[in-house]
Structures are given as structure tokens and as C-alpha cells.
Design a binder for this molecule. Structure first.
Ligand code: AN7
Length: 350
């Protein structure tokens, strides 16, 4: 059966109002890709699969929650939606709003959004505004304006975002027949980790699919949930998770605790190194998306986690195409050849 989009596929399992009017780009149904060579590199003896969420319509996992938030808004006749974003939410909100015939406004931290995401938000027709501040500043501004004017907030403070996002957990259980033993993902504003835990719990209550331990991973320069306090000036190369006051922080900590998992931080170098390792397995993700597996690698290396005989699923949240600058900025410019066979031979054979 062709994929009907996550709302239709999991109708009845998502807590959305009667009046919801479906707006979909046929998101979801993303592949769960085995990466045996990467598992070997991490010591071997366990199954490792990547849920590649970069293959959603706008190139990130945000589309699952956005179809739900925009569908609810469409059902009650909303004409304008707004969000703060490190980039992916902006592109997704813009696409689904346009699809619904709504106006969208997105607030981004000035100069800190990857090229592919900014271009997406513009291409899909959002009004893009830059804030001289962080994502956290932008979020507090959009929350205030949505309380003052009839503009719907579509950040993950919007409960319908979480409802749609739960479908990632359902899909994993449907494909594997049960939840994995460990489940790792990057954590920024903490909507995704909150939703996955809700989804795994709901499916387990319904179908006995079991519960994973959750490993949430932040970047060291933006790790409020590891430090135990907000970070006023978050920094990391993984701009998607450059967030110092996660809106769903409490729930993320609860998910880690209830699942007997943990939330840890990794360095930018570990993130970029895992981005390269994934690409060496044919999966190019944006830096933030590599954080979950970078955290898994760190835990295995230090002996904090023994995965022998276990099944592990890692969510890779966004496509590498969204953040090409990080690659092109540091690469060696490709060699230029005259149009002669000899030059080609000497370049590749020596
Ligand atoms: C690729 O787009 O917050 O912990 O405004 O883009 O649910 O926030 C993006 C977050 C991980 C973290 N990976 O997810 C935004 C935004 C990627 C992301 C996260 C984001 P949450």
C-alpha cells in the first residue's frame, strides 16, 4: 500500500481534535537502514540500524509533527502560523503552511542557520525574520506574540507537534516487530525525545512491543540537560541543536529516567567525525543528526554501555544536503584538469 502520510497511517493513535483537516506531503515511512560496518567499527556484536529521517519531504524529521500541527490549525481556520527555528522547523512549517494556503512567519537566530534550511524556508514562501540573538530569544518572542495575536504557534510547545512525531516510534516497532533495546537521538529543544518516548510507551501499552532505553545526546557547548541549568550562550557546529533552554527539557529528562537511559554530551569533533563515518556508509546527515550516534560511540568506547547481542536504533534527524557549507568550507577544492586523458590518468593512477 502506498504511504498515505503519518496522520492517515496512524489514525486513531494520535490525539488530534475532531475538526482536524489533514494537510500532508506524504511524510514518514522513512527507511530503517542497517549499518553493520559502523556497528563493527564501534566494537561489533550488536545490530545497528539508522532511521533516516532526512528522507522526509522537507529533509528532516520535523515533517511528522508539522503535518499534525498544521492540520489542526487548518481545521480551526487559522490563517497565519509562526515558529522560532534553528532551521528545520522553519522549512517544514513553511512547506506545510503553504500547502494549507496559510501564511507562515519564521524567526531564526541571525547567521546561525544552515544554507539549505534558510533557502527552504524562503522557497516554500515563509516570511523569514532574523533575530539578533539565539534560538531561545526567538522562541520566547514567538510564544509572546502568539498569545497576543491570532497567530498559531507551531513550535513543539504545540502539543499536536508531539502527537505527529510519535509516529516515528510506531514505524520502528512496526518494522522490527518490537522496540529496540537502545534508541539514540540528538536533543535540542527536546520535542523529539519526548515524542518518541510517548510513542514507544503507547505502542507498548497497545501491542506489547517493549520499551527501549533512550540515549539522548546534546552538543557540549549547548548541553543544558547535562549541566542541569540553562545555557545563555549556546555554541556548537551542529547549529540545529544550538539551544540553551529546551522547551521540553523536563520531559526529556523524564524520558531518560523512565527508560533507564541517559542524556549525555559530545564534542563538536566527535559529531563531525561521526558525520564522516556515516557518510562512509552511504548516509550523509547534517551535523546535529550525527550527535546521537556520536554519543553511542562515546558510551561504547568508555565502557559505559555494553551492547553485546542488543539491537540499537539511531535516529538521524536531517539530511546532509541541508548543511553543505560545513563540508565545502573544510574540503580541498577539487583538482582542476585540462580536458586530456593523460591528466586524468595521472590524477587517479599516478
Ligand atoms: C536535524 O528546527 O529545534 O530536540 O528549530 O533540526 O526535538 O528539538 C531543530 C532541532 C535534532 C533536535 N536534529 O530536535 C528547529 C529545531 C535536527 C534538528 C534536532 C533538531 P528536538
Amino acid at each position: 500500500m502506498p504511504n498515505p502520510g503519518v496522520l492517515a497511517r496512524y489514525q486513531g493513535l494520535l490525539n488530534l481534535p475532531e475538526y482536524t483537516r489533514p494537510v500532508t506531503l506524504l511524510e514518514g515511512d522513512t527507511p530503517l537502514i542497517p549499518v553493520p560496518r559502523l556497528a563493527e567499527d564501534l566494537g561489533g556484536g550488536f545490530d545497528l540500524l539508522v532511521k533516516f529521517e532526512g528522507l522526509n519531504p522537507t529533509g528532516s524529521f520535523k515533517d511528522r509533527g508539522m503535518t499534525a500541527a498544521i492540520s489542526e490549525a487548518a481545521g480551526r481556520g487559522v490563517s497565519t502560523v509562526i515558529c522560532a527555528s534553528t532551521g528545520n522547523t522553519a522549512a517544514s512549517a513553511a512547506a506545510y503552511a503553504s500547502r494549507a494556503g496559510m501564511r507562515s512567519v519564521v524567526l531564526i537566530p541571525q547567521g546561525k542557520v544552515a544554507a539549505g534550511k534558510l533557502a527552504g524556508a524562503v522557497a516554500y514562501g515563509a516570511q523569514v525574520l532574523q533575530v539578533l540573538g539565539s534560538f531561545d530569544d526567538a522562541l520566547s518572542m514567538v510564544v509572546s506574540i502568539s498569545q497576543k495575536h491570532p497567530i498559531a504557534l507551531v513550535n513543539s510547545l504545540n502539543p499536536y507537534r508531539l502527537e505527529g512525531q510519535k509516529t516515528g516510534a510506531f514505524e520502528i516497532c512496526d518494522v522490527l516487530g518490537s522496540a529496540p533495546d537502545w534508541f539514540c537521538l540528538p536533543v535540542g529543544n527536546a520535542g523529539n525525545i519526548t515524542s518518541y518516548w510517548m510513542g514507544f510507551q503507547q505502542y507498548h501499552a497497545l501491542k506489547g512491543t517493549g520499551l527501549p532505553h533512550i540515549l539522548g545526546v546534546q552538543a557540549e557547548g549547548s548541553a543544558p540537560l547535562v549541566l542541569g541549568h540553562p545555557v545563555d550562550h549556546p555554541e556548537t557546529v551542529a547549529t540545529a541543536i544550538r539551544i540553551g533552554r529546551p522547551a521540553r527539557g523536563e520531559q526529556a529528562l523524564q524520558a531518560a529516567e523512565e527508560s533507564t537511559g541517559r542524556i549525555i554530551a559530545v564534542s563538536d569533533d566527535e559529531i563531525l567525525s561521526m558525520q564522516r563515518q556515516l557518510a562512509a556508509n552511504g548516509i550523509w546527515v547534517e551535523p546535529a543528526s550525527a550527535a546521537g550516534l556520536a554519543g553511542l560511540a562515546r558510551q561504547v568506547r568508555s565502557g559505559a554501555l555494553n551492547l553485546r547481542g542488543k539491537r540499537v536504533v539511531a535516529v538521524c534527524t536531517g539530511h546532509g544536503l541541508k548543511d553543505p557549507d560545513i563540508i565545502t568550507r573544510t574540503m580541498r577544492v577539487p583538482q582542476v584538469l585540462p580536458p586530456e586523458l593523460e591528466a586524468l590518468e595521472s590524477a587517479i593512477i599516478g
